[in-house]
Design a protein around this ligand. Structure first.
Ligand code: GLU
Length: 306
């Protein structure tokens, strides 16, 4: 279900306040602002702070200051995901009601041990597009009633479990080929900085296996909250780094299952560090603050990016 074309486009920049903004974030923010300005669109800011242990108010403050310095205007109020857990829970309840999620009890260590045993015997075990082991999902094979009993027993024993999407069942439930509209990578100059053409990408969410939608230490996952929020905020255009290209398949699946509108996606090139790897919090020199402290102006930073 595409968005209505009669309203102005809605863009969003959605950083996680678990560190300082670096050049990669700056490219996302600047492209969002540029596309919004070029199309008479709106630009929203969302703090993706569901990881309550790693996200800190001080980082949120630093992000606001860095965006102001960079000259990226956004609409108030800022949406903080940590203030909207009931919204994500409602979506999870809908998936539970359709029997598309299940309580998953294996710890990370147990998953690793399970796979190690298979691989030691010469077998192969699939990894997701980020390289993580797919969840074995022994709970999927439980019979009727066992699930409720196991959850009740786990709760009584205080044993943690996560809610995972039953990927195969979810893919069967939508019963249609899943695609998305992409205006970013795949462009002629390969940079994803321009939006000349739109291509249809075939989504393959199966590659992610039974993704986590809620866990004991975080009541919602990235995939669930990003999907729900993009819909609740009326986001029509998602502009973000290429590292999230494959994750879009999961977002399209959740949108379809939850009957949410479909944004257009634009995945832009990544800004790489001097070691040729994607920038991360460990590349301290490319934090916007560090560049500012070295005397670069916001215009210098923009010139570095575009
Ligand atoms: N919060 C994510 C990040 O900082 C971005 C999510 C998105 O743009 O969809 O990497």
């Amino acid at each position: 279900m595409p968005h209505s074309l009669s309203k102005p486009p809605v863009y969003r920049f959605a950083p996680s306040p678990n560190g300082l903004l670096h050049l990669g974030h700056a490219l996302s923010a600047v492209l969002n602002a540029r596309f919004a300005a070029e199309t008479g669109g709106r630009l929203l800011l969302r703090m993706e702070d569901i990881d309550l242990t790693r996200c800190k108010p001080a980082f949120e403050q630093a992000i606001l200051e860095d965006l102001a310095w960079l000259g990226v205007p956004f609409e108030e109020p800022v949406r903080r995901q940590s203030e909207h857990f009931p919204d994500y829970d409602k979506a999870l309840e809908r998936l539970k009601a359709r029997g598309l999620v299940y309580p998953a009890f294996l710890t990370r260590g147990e998953i690793r041990a399970h796979v190690a045993a298979i691989e030691a015997a010469g077998g192969r075990w699939p990894r997701d597009p980020d390289g993580a082991l797919l969840y074995p999902g022994p709970e999927r094979r439980w019979g009727d009633g066992q699930r409720e009993d196991a959850v009740a027993a786990a709760m009584a024993a205080g044993r943690p479990y996560a809610w995972r999407l039953d990927m195969a069942k979810a893919c069967r439930a939508i019963g249609q080929p899943l695609t998305w509209q992409e205006t970013g990578i795949g462009q002629q100059d390969g940079s994803g900085d321009k939006r000349d053409t739109q291509s249809v990408i075939v989504a393959a969410p199966e590659a992610w296996g039974d993704v986590i939608l809620s866990r004991p230490d975080a009541p919602s996952s990235y995939h669930l909250s990003v999907t729900v929020d993009d819909a609740l905020q009326g986001v029509t255009h998602v502009v973000r780094g290429q590292d999230l290209f494959q994750a879009t398949a999961v977002h399209r699946l959740l949108q379809t299952l939850l009957e949410l509108p479909e944004p257009v996606y634009h995945h832009h090139r990544l800004v790489l560090g001097p070691d040729g790897r994607k920038l991360s919090k460990s590349h301290r020199d490319t934090a916007l603050r560090a560049l500012k402290d070295r005397g670069l102006s916001a215009a210098d930073v923009r010139a570095l990016l575009l």
